[in-house]
Write a protein that binds this ligand. Structure first.
Ligand SMILES: [Mg+2]
Length: 382
């Protein structure tokens, strides 16, 4: 059966949310990020992009490129709230959808009668999202996830694009290899050194050649450049959660020990999130007492993978849940509502130095294991 897959992406999402709250920002170059000397740009408006500014650029450099740009301190809570409103509208309308990141969704319309039906239906959904949230959004429709995502990129800002079944190669041929989502800086340089800049060139190559240079990745890239991608829509509810539990050798009431254990679990889980380039939007804490009574408490949080931000929430949960002063047998933490994203830490508050420190620590851990480096304790327990 022909698949009909939609990808949609909110346009310069953080900036659009800020503009809802402050209309003075409309039409102007806006940078979202910290205000310190060493802050980085987390997101920027299309007006700012005209000056060559992009996300992850040092704020200082961005302001040199465009001195008139308005800097707005970001707000994770606010953006997560708007993100969830968009998800709710999609959830009401579509049986199978995937929340891919804070501002991106995929949904599967396979089985709807005609392609035209899918197109019309998606256009209407887009209008509804924009009307109900006030946020601009773009979408791409094609037979697979990757082509649709690339189509969204071509439709932006505030547009829609359909790639008919069978015309994927034609659509992709003139585009830069940069447009393929898995081609990062390193792969791009490698391919450029081979004289490849357009998808067309990849289409004309033998898959084996790419495999020789890039390994399994080369096969994926070749397939994507040819408009082939079988990956399924991963239903939001079924996306994996991450959890850890600790059963104490002896039931305990020792607060220092409990807090230290929680801190260790948070550090390890947050590292796992970053390793998989995920963010969590929901934390569950579980306590099992010595009599096997088990209690859990859950909170929705702003999407994050920061040890510090998650640690604060877990501390808050623990304070609420552990009120009985009974011996504890087991504690557990679970992250769910996982989406893709890679804020290394809190982009809006941390400066470049913190960011680099955290990234360096994670790199060491990836190579030598989690225990290789340790940070000061999150919970004030040592
Ligand atoms: Mg976006």
């Amino acid at each position: 059966m022909e698949r009909h897959i939609v990808h949609c992406d909110l346009d310069s999402f953080f900036v659009s949310v800020e503009r809802l709250l402050n209309t003075e920002l409309v039409g102007k170059p806006v940078l979202i990020g910290g205000k310190s000397d060493r802050a980085v740009v987390a997101s920027c408006s299309y007006e700012a992009r005209k000056y060559g500014i992009h996300s992850a650029m040092p704020m200082k450099l961005a302001l040199r490129l465009c001195p008139d740009a308005i800097v707005v301190q970001g707000d994770h809570d606010l953006y997560s709230q708007y993100s969830n409103i968009v998800t709710e509208i999609i959830q009401e309308s579509v049986p199978l959808y995937e929340k891919a990141s804070i501002d991106e969704h995929y949904f599967d319309l396979t089985g709807m009668d005609k392609f035209f039906g899918c197109w019309k239906w998606t256009k209407e959904l887009r209008q509804r999202i924009m009307k109900e949230t006030g946020l601009p959004i773009s979408f791409g429709l094609s037979a697979n996830k990757c082509t649709s995502k690339i189509a969204t990129g071509q439709a932006k800002p505030c547009g829609e694009l359909k790639v008919d079944n069978g015309t994927e190669k034609q659509f992709l041929a003139p585009l830069s290899i940069r447009k393929i989502p898995m081609v990062g800086e390193k792969t791009y340089t490698q391919l450029r050194n081979m004289g490849i800049s357009k998808c067309l060139t990849l289409q004309q190559m033998e898959v084996f050649t790419l495999r020789r240079v890039l390994g399994e990745n080369g096969i994926s890239i070749w397939k994507k450049a040819n408009g082939v991608d079988d990956s399924p829509i991963l239903a939001y509810q079924e996306q994996k959660s991450m959890s850890k539990e600790t059963t104490f050798q002896e039931d305990t009431i020792d607060m220092q020990k409990l807090k230290k254990t929680l801190a260790k679990m948070v550090n390890e889980l947050a590292f796992d999130l970053r390793k998989d380039q995920k963010l969590t939007g929901c934390i569950t804490l579980k306590i099992r007492y010595s009599n096997f009574d088990t209690h859990t408490k859950q909170i929705r949080i702003a999407y994050t993978n920061s040890d510090r931000m998650i640690g604060e929430k877990v501390t808050e949960l623990f304070g609420k849940l552990y009120s009985r002063r009974m011996l504890i047998r087991l504690i557990g933490i679970k992250f769910s509502h996982l989406i893709s994203g890679n804020y290394q830490t809190d982009l809006f508050n941390d400066d470049v130095k913190d960011l680099r420190l955290n990234q360096a620590m994670d790199r060491i851990r990836l190579r030598h294991g989690f225990q290789a480096v340790a940070k000061g304790d999150l919970f004030g327990a040592s």
